[in-house]
Design a protein around this ligand. Structure first.
Ligand code: URA
Length: 260
């Protein structure tokens, strides 16, 4: 069902959200993950839109709290559009449920990384705040994610995430990339970030966190680890399902306990 207050990109509006509209959204890069969260983890699910692959579903948590499971698409430009529109329909809390590549040897595939801040090397974020503006997660939401991981006995790590604009060049992928002319300033970057105690690479968190502070909504991020960059460049497909399941369960448990 769509109405005439629907927003251009996400394809639904406030009036599609019913009498008890959700205040919290889970945001996946992959539309299939947004669908998975809705179909396998939520109750009373209703499809809001699958416009442009930006799948959005309305559902309720086991404790009856209404939530959205939405899609950011890949990277910060798409995320910035979706998040702007989610705020326009009344969303007050956004939890990114993503996937990531660990750059620290002790952070294994299958575990989760909870970002309390990000090194934000993302062009879209420059349109929202000055480059130096901190990309920090909501403190209380982050604690809720940490508590959820503890309660669920999920292997978790909390720290700083590197959010970049590309999966190959920006994350110093050389061997599995079609581009064999990596810019000199990107060579050695992963080792530098490792020494700066950055935990992981991904492509959306930093811009989301800056938007949270600028717009005035609570932003948090939990990502399942699907690549271990101390040992290789490829995604470890055998660990992907458990990493994603861990990130989803942590996000849902945190949402049940966070706020009202
Ligand atoms: N997403 C990323 O951006 N990088 C990875 O290595 C894995 C997932």
């Amino acid at each position: 069902m769509t109405t005439n207050d629907r927003l251009y990109h996400i394809g639904f509006g406030r009036s599609d959200l019913g009498f008890l509209p959700p205040a919290i959204a889970f945001l996946s890069g992959d539309p299939e993950r947004a669908r998975l969260i809705a179909e396998d983890y939520l109750k009373d699910v209703r499809t809001l839109s699958e416009h442009r692959g930006l799948n959005s579903y309305l559902g309720v948590l086991p404790n009856g709290k209404p939530v959205l499971s939405a899609t950011s698409g890949m990277g910060a430009p798409s995320l910035s559009i979706v998040v702007n529109e989610l705020v326009q329909v009344g969303i007050k809390t956004v939890v990114r449920v993503g996937t990531t590549g660990s750059i620290q040897p002790e952070i294994q595939a299958g575990s989760v990384v909870i970002s309390h801040a990000a090194l934000c090397r993302q062009g879209a974020a420059h349109d929202i705040a000055p480059m130096e503006y901190p990309a920090v997660a909501d403190l209380y939401l982050t604690m809720a994610l940490v508590n959820a991981a503890r309660q669920l006995n999920v292997d978790y790590h909390v720290g700083i995430t590197a959010s970049v604009d590309s999966f190959y060049e920006g994350q110093e992928r050389d061997e599995i990339s079609a581009n064999h002319s990596l810019l000199p300033q990107l060579r050695g970057q992963t080792e530098l970030y490792r020494r700066l105690h950055i935990l992981n690479y991904e492509m959306e968190c930093g811009t989301l966190l800056k938007m949270g502070s600028v717009y005035g909504f609570a932003a948090g991020c939990v990502c399942g680890v699907i690549a271990q960059r101390s040992t290789g460049e490829n995604v470890i497909l055998e660990q992907k399902m458990s990493a994603v399941d861990n990130a989803i369960r942590v996000a849902l448990q945190a949402a049940q306990q966070y706020g009202s």
